[in-house]
Design a protein around this ligand. Structure first.
Ligand code: PXP
Length: 255
């Protein structure tokens, strides 16, 4: 698609993991996450995100293979920094890889990757993926030390974990989390990192995050797949896109 974008256009990456969750509940082929990804791209998603977990609880190896073959928009593969996942990424060469922490018992990705603490063990992953031409991001908490560690690791992109902000009670607690995200996004720009954000975002929480001017991309999945039950996937993506654009415009006008 060759559409002229505003200079500070905020990309929307649609995560299709939970289409696969529903499919896997019956172990069959429906609903197909690849079909959902193609539909999301038609509806205006700038990219597709999929997390291949060690336990394959949602996205499968075959899904990744088909996404790489069929998508016309960039694929962002979320994965843990393990030898198995590195081999898969190097074989399929998605546009981007987002390194995430992974624990078998967790329901979803809890917290960011401790890039500061695991710096040396992450070096070969960032290097190997980068040499293969894959853009690497690291999923981190909105903390200066994690951003600085990502920079020294050579990852060009960070994704800030918005889970705590989304889960916080609206009011001062949520505002505190928002301020941390704002500060971290500004710091990322200062040290030359492209900054993304995601996890738990919905219509109610997306606006203040989308208004952060130095963010380049949001990755959103669970809420959109849930909303698809009520309004359809395309309508949910349109509404999310509209909420993001409105927040960006309002932030520019108010600046
Ligand atoms: N970004 C990252 C790095 C994630 O791990 C996830 C969850 O898989 C998301 C974004 C999307 O989160 P959600 O499904 O809650 O919108």
């Amino acid at each position: 698609m060759n559409i002229m974008r505003q200079p500070n256009y905020l990309r929307l990456g649609v995560n299709v993991d939970h289409v696969a969750t529903v499919r896997n509940a019956r172990g069959d082929r429906h609903p197909d996450p690849v079909r959902a990804a193609l539909l999301a791209a038609e509806a205006g998603a700038d990219g597709i995100t999929a997390h291949l977990r060690e336990d394959r609880r949602h996205i499968s190896d075959a899904d990744i293979e088909r996404l790489v073959a069929e998508l016309k928009v960039p694929l962002n593969l979320e994965m843990a920094a393990t030898a198995e996942m590195l081999e898969i990424a190097l074989r399929h060469k998605p546009h981007a890889v987002c390194l995430v922490p992974e624990k078998r018992q967790e329901r979803t990705t809890e917290g960011g990757l401790d890039v500061a603490g695991e710096h040396n063990s992450l070096v070969p992953y960032v290097r190997g993926l980068t040499v293969a031409g894959i853009r690497v991001s690291v999923f981190i908490e909105a903390e200066t030390r994690q951003l600085d560690a990502a920079k020294s690791l050579g990852a060009p992109v960070v994704e800030l974990h918005t889970g705590a902000y989304c889960e916080a009670i609206p009011g001062p607690e949520r505002e505190r989390h928002l301020a941390r995200l704002q500060f971290a996004a500004a710091h990322a720009a200062k040290i030359g990192l492209e900054c993304h954000a995601g996890h738990g975002l919905g219509y109610e929480t997306v606006g203040p995050v989308a208004a952060i001017p130095t963010l380049a991309e949001l990755n959103i999945g669970h809420f959109l797949v849930g909303e698809a039950i009520f309004s359809g996937f395309v309508t949910a993506i349109f509404r999310m896109r509209a909420a993001m654009d409105a927040a960006r415009v309002a932030a520019r006008v108010g600046a």
